[in-house]
Each structure stands twice: as structure tokens, then as C-alpha cells.
Design a protein around this ligand. Sequence first.
Ligand SMILES: N[C@@H](CCC(=O)N[C@@H](CS)C(=O)NCC(=O)O)C(=O)O
Length: 205
Amino acid sequence: MKLLGSPGSPYVRKVRIVLAEKGAACEYQRIHLAAPDSGIAAANPLGKIPALIRDDGHALYDSAVIVEYLEGLYPAPVLIPAALDDRIEVKRWEALADGIMDATVAISHDYILSDVPDGGLSWSNANQRKKIDLGLGAMSRDLGQRSFCHGNSLSLADIACFVALGYLDQVLPKIDWRTPHENLRRLYERLAARQSFAATRPSAA
Ligand SMILES: N[C@@H](CCC(=O)N[C@@H](CS)C(=O)NCC(=O)O)C(=O)O
């Protein structure tokens, strides 16, 4: 198996944490999306990372499909529970976290492409910012005072939540999510100490 990715991508980080938690062997190939010879289109016609090349050569995308595949391939430890209600709740957490990442990506691209002065928000950015703020509020409310986002052990819900928060720090550090969401800060700090999370920090990866 080979994972195509780059250290700055939160979707790639989600997959890499899942691989590490499961102790799964997988070659990691760093690619530069902007390079004309990146080769990503052969694996993913949408030109996005992550893409996972299976041992039989078949390529999988996107990150949600890849982590579901890995769960089937390496059932222990369980990161996506089998029972329908639990499974769907964990996938909902993943969708929420992915949506925050999508909005963060959109704002960061807009900053690069537009001439909106730093600190100013175009309509489109304001719209994306609202998704981030409401998304953070939903994550904080749903976590409450529990130790894990869903159930009593680490799941894909915690991994996705953590990666979304880390990506906010990485590209939009002016957004202070810690002060209003003390419970997310506690979860983030606890998870950051785990080997799989620490080893995939963009600066370490
Ligand atoms: N929904 C996709 C999102 C993947 C994605 O947007 N990846 C970014 C890197 S962070 C990318 O490859 N962007 C290149 C592009 O959109 O052309 C997933 O979960 O895998």
C-alpha cells in the first residue's frame, strides 16, 4: 500500500494517524501538488490528496473512503464502531471536522488569491468563517465534559476533530478557538501527546 500526500494537508494527516494507531505498514510518498509531474491525476482524477494505492494497484480517495477501507483491513483497534448508531455518529463527527477543514482551506486560498487586506473578510470568507465558528460550537457542545468525542475510547471522531483544530492553528492562527471552547483545548492537548498525533505534526512529518 502506498499513501500519496503532503505534510501540510489535514486530510492526509487524518489518514496517517489512523494508519499509525492501527500499526499498519504503508509506504508514504510525499508529493508536490503544484508540480506538473506530481502524478496525482493518475491516482485521483480530482487531483486531490490523500490517495491510497492498494497492493493490487487500485487507487482510493477521498480521506473518508480511505479510513473506512483501513478500518475494514485492520479492525483493531476499533476506530469506526460496527454498530449502526455509533458508526453513523462517528461519521457525523468526521463530516463536521472535514467541513471545518474545507472552510479553512477556502479562506486560506482566498487570502492568497484575492487582494482583500489582511483582517478584512470578503463575503465568501465571512460565509466560510461562519461555518468554522458554528462548527467549533457544535464540536464543543457535542464533546461536553466527556474525554472522547464519541464513546469511551479513541475513535475516528477524535482524530478528525483534532486534525481540524490543528489545521486552524496552522493556517488561521488568529482564530482563537481555545478561549471559548475550553473542552476542545483539553482534548487537543491530551491527544497531541500521543505518538501518532505528534509524529504527524506538519513540522515533524
Ligand atoms: N474531501 C477530500 C479533500 C481533499 C483535499 O481537498 N485535499 C487538498 C489538500 S489539503 C488538495 O488536494 N487540494 C488540491 C486541489 O483541490 O486541487 C478528502 O477528504 O480527501
